[in-house]
Design a protein around this ligand. Sequence first.
Ligand code: 5GP
Length: 203
Amino acid sequence: MLLLVSSPSGAGKTSLSRRLVADHSDLTLSISATTRAPRPGEEEGREYFFKTRPEFEAMIERGEFLEWAIVNGHYYGTPKAPVMAALEGGHDVLFDIDWQGARQIAEKAPDDSVRVFILPPSWADLVRRLKARAQDSEEIMHARLKLGREEITHWAEYDYVIVNKSFDRAYADLGHIYRAERMKPGRNPWLPGFVEGLGQEQV
Ligand code: 5GP
């Protein structure tokens, strides 16, 4: 399963996604590459793979991305190889990406993709959370808010929408979505053999 999670910046998507991955050993987080500068506390290979523009463009040329997009004037992209390796190892993959990336991946793999959009409970709440994060200059924060308005216009393209009023509630909802999608018959190729075995059991 490809679990695609999008939201405007500050709606809690990253915390929700990282917690879901931490709580499910069969779910792997896709680490994106970006040309934006690391924020304080961010580490190479943990939040992102930080690249220069020439490095990123060379990766595009070599076809190394599953999808890529320009967000806020910076390149962001999903490296293909780790995703394929995780899927081949029987893992599901969670993507914390914007609507452009979610759309590209869902078009490539419609049956395997599940799209979840996280909304803030109010615009004021989003502004407050971005301010509390205090990682960005006033100018960058305004750019993020503008981009957030654009991101929100795509909410109806998603399979599920969660309003993040409380972290615990939103996290429980995300977990329910993941578990329910995991139980779809097509996602469990072992089921036919299992059911056949049930029919042959002697009682
Ligand atoms: P930030 O700079 O706040 O970490 O991320 C800005 C936006 O880029 C967020 O909406 C984030 O989900 C999105 N993003 C992060 N990685 C990728 C990616 O690999 N592809 C796409 N399309 N968007 C991404």
